[in-house]
Design a protein around this ligand. Sequence first.
Ligand code: SF4
Length: 340
Amino acid sequence: MVEQITDKLGRPIRDLRLSVTDRCNFRCDYCMPKEIFGDDFVFLPKDELLTFDEMVRIAKVYTRLGVKKIRITGGEPLLRRNLYKLIYELNQLDGIEDIGLTTNGLLLKKHGQKLYDAGLRRLNVSLDAIDDKVFQAINNRNIKASTILQQIDYAVSIGFHVKVNVVVQKGVNDDQILPMIQYFKDKDIEIRFIEFMDVGNDNGWDFSKVVTKDEMLKMVESSFDIEPVEPKYFGEVAKYYRHKDNGAKFGLITSVSESFCSTCTRARLSSDGKFYGCLFSTVDGFNVKSFMRSGVSDEALFEQFKALWNIRDDRYSDERTAQTVANRQRKKINMNYIGG
Ligand code: SF4
């Protein structure tokens, strides 16, 4: 039976985001800059990561608190060996209605079919540019956008529902918005542009690098005939628009200009097994991994998860100002531990 609980701000818990690795094969400046994550960077050893059995156990207990959706994140989740086994097990859980995975897409041809066969259907592919040179300058691994586009085509061809996510930075890739809208409109693949946020500690964020939703919308309206789409459900994070001629949709995610903390129902497990109630947490998360490995029962885990949610009062994006950003410099959890 599900026990409906809410946090201090009245928000229920619906989503669980599981980070399965802190490694990535890209070195994007806003997430894992190559100056910090160089060849000698020490990633988590295997025994510091949650095992698949531990993740399934966590997810199962969370279903008793109302979690219906799971998102697999990283780092780059396709680098976690045998990920399809985790997907298969999560898919067997009563109460889980939806599993999604966020990836940079590079390894989809290699692992896509197994993941699909294990029951995964939804992919969010992060792709910040469609021009090879712009994309190579962002990923710092010489990977061409055209390579990722082929991987996306492959994923669609085997049946995945794909959405593309673009983090927009002023002066870096805002000139990619219109060509990407055109490309994915023609493919009828949903693309979402995300306002650049101050995630992690090393991404060099400031307000001047944000292209707001209104700015993006003006840009798109100048070239395309579009109309707004009604939200599908309460708390949908993207504001959607439709091309009037072919019905293809795109979204704008207003992480900075119109924050959506009041409807944030996401719990997060970092790759080192800690609970976080917010992407911008500055306190070290509760160590679920150690707690589990001390031999506690499912009942104790349930009570602990409940207590963690009951005291949650995070609303960082609602409160974001130049001052809060400055105060949290170098204190937040890094993005490769917690996903986006
Ligand atoms: S800032 Fe934190 S609480 Fe607000 S929407 Fe983002 S993750 Fe949720």
